[in-house]
Design a protein around this ligand. Structure first.
Ligand code: FAD
Length: 506
């Protein structure tokens, strides 16, 4: 007979959803226990946002060294110490996850290591890695178990040649040739980083554009820069399978143009923010070996490693959700209302397992909402202004509605654009590509959405998220004095352009 430990709030999962929820609930005076089976910080801090951005920025710095001659900076003999780079990246991760541990402790949250599974609507069994089970009984539960990469049929992950994003981030050497299957944000971010570090990169995407679901006008700028970087991009292609490189150590990935209308153009599940984008399909790869003569339009690319980034699926299996009475929606995500309550009102679900874009800041916001709701505060989730950053070169960031979505929702949109090429600060940074695009309601000038492609887009979008959140108009943005010379002036001038009177563009 196990003795159950009582806790007021049980949080399952210590990612940016769960740890934030736990801290907020503790701030509100709750007795909180957080169960994490692996590492605090979840995907985002350990194998997602943070290590990927560390790698991306280091790659950018390395790549720039060879391109500074125009500015009179001549660097000779620069070389890459890949294992040192990986070590530094890991130190960044450790500093942040250590910080999360401190914050949980400082807020009085009890952290338990182990895997939780429901044994009823008010209790879980926690299996400790070192053996030994514990039963926890709770009044409220917040589910935040996150997501994991989708496997492509025929491309079983082996961590050596067929990689998921976690494997790709942990490589101990640079692959000379890398194939990326799936041109969503994760594939493009990592593909760009490896290309800048010196890998020969090929991207295969099923949809007819990279970053399916993102405004094609923004994507075009990134696609052009990828070409300049030497990355080969094939869109509208279906991956058929892979085989051992004849007479070599590599992997030969076979693909074929996808007939239009059959999967091509099907956009990413999560919309603009949904990782992975349109999954490149594959017919069972095993079936390839010895399977007749190849079709005439088949193509192949040989690589040392293949990164499969075709989307992520919510971790809802093996949790005993049936025993808790928590139901899933038609797409396998936990069904929630605007207060993040599941079909069991005392159990909440947040982050990647709940509907909406799979983004860390969305998970964290939902964590705060769930904690506040269970503490009796009048809180609810609002997705009007969730920024979606893509850390490509240049960056893309969007928030709110696209022009097309605005029209679908019955608005008559007006668009204001301003190019970085006309922004002084951008030129001093040696950057000319990209623009800011604002979408507003023609009559009221209320800002509905924004898209930025260009340097620091992921930071610049914050102002526009605030503007949309506050119901600001184009005038509000245009009348706000922006410091000179800064990239943010492009935001102000895009608003002026939307009103018909930008100063620095004709
Ligand atoms: P997770 O971070 O997945 O955390 C879930 C936690 O629950 C894990 O630690 C897991 O071990 C634990 N867990 C699962 N089941 C159990 C159980 N039964 N018992 C106990 N513990 C359990 N998002 C951004 O916003 N910006 C980015 O730049 C960005 N870059 C990314 C780059 C990559 C390569 C990847 C893969 C993702 C990226 N993301 C980014 C997405 C982001 O990581 C996720 O949206 C975010 O981590 C979701 O948070 P979460 O709390 O819902 O789940």
């Amino acid at each position: 007979g196990e003795v159950a430990t009582e806790t007021e709030v049980l949080v399952i999962g210590g990612g940016p959803g769960g740890y934030v929820a736990a801290i907020r609930a503790a701030q509100l005076g709750k007795d909180v226990t957080l169960v994490e089976k692996d590492r605090l910080g979840g995907v985002c801090l350990n194998v997602g946002c943070i290590p990927s951005k560390a790698l991306i920025d280091a790659a950018k710095a390395y790549h720039r060294l060879s391109r500074e001659a125009e500015r009179g900076i001549v660097v000779e003999g620069a070389r890459l110490d890949f294992s040192r780079l990986q070590g530094w990246k890991q130190s960044v991760v450790q500093r942040l996850t250590g910080g999360v541990e401190q914050l949980l402790k400082g807020n009085g949250v009890t952290v338990v290591k182990g895997r939780a599974t429901f044994t009823g609507p008010n209790q879980v069994l926690v299996e400790n890695p070192g053996g030994g089970n514990e039963v926890y009984r709770f009044k409220h539960c917040i589910l935040a178990t996150g997501s994991r990469p989708v496997e492509l049929p025929g491309f079983a992950f082996d961590g050596v040649r067929i990689l998921d994003s976690t494997d790709a981030l942990a490589l101990d050497h640079l692959p000379l040739r890398l194939v990326v299957i799936g041109g969503g944000y994760i594939g493009l971010e990592l593909g760009t980083a490896f290309a800048k570090l010196g890998s020969e990169v090929t991207v295969l995407e099923l949809a007819d554009q990279l970053l399916p679901g993102t405004d094609p006008e923004l994507v075009q700028v990134v696609a052009r820069r990828l070409r300049q970087l030497g990355v080969k991009v094939h869109t509208g292609v279906r991956v058929l399978g892979w085989e051992q490189e004849p007479g070599g150590e590599g992997v030969r990935v076979v693909f074929r143009p996808e007939p239009r209308g059959e999967g091509a153009g099907s956009s990413g599940a999560g919309g603009a923010g949904g990782p992975g984008g349109g999954a490149a399909g594959a017919r069972a790869g095993a079936a390839r070996a010895g399977a007749g003569a190849p079709a005439a339009d088949e193509q192949a690319v040989v690589a040392d490693a293949v990164l499969v980034s075709v989307g992520r699926r919510p971790n809802t299996d093996g949790l005993g959700l049936e025993l808790a009475g928590v139901q899933l929606d038609e797409r396998g995500r936990v069904k929630v209302d605007a207060q993040l309550r599941t079909t069991q009102p005392h159990i909440f679900a947040i982050g990647d397992i709940a509907p909406g874009p799979m983004l860390a800041h969305k998970a964290s916001r939902e964590g705060i909402v769930a904690a506040e709701v269970l503490a009796g505060l009048p809180s609810a989730a609002d997705y009007v202004a969730v920024p979606a950053p893509v850390f490509t070169d240049p960056e893309i960031a969007t928030v709110g509605l696209t022009e097309a979505q605005a029209r679908q929702q019955g608005y008559e949109p007006v668009v204001g654009r301003f190019p970085y090429a006309a922004n002084g600060r951008a030129l001093t940074l040696g950057e000319r590509d990209g623009f800011v695009k604002l979408v507003a309601d023609r009559e009221t000038k209320v800002l509905l959405g924004a898209g930025i492609v260009g340097p620091e887009a992921s930071d610049l979008v914050a102002e526009l998220a605030l503007a949309i959140e506050m119901g600001a108009t184009l005038e509000d943005v245009a009348l706000t004095i922006h410091a000179h010379p800064t990239l943010s002036e492009a935001v102000m001038e895009a608003a002026e352009a939307g009103l018909g009177h930008a100063i620095h563009v004709l």
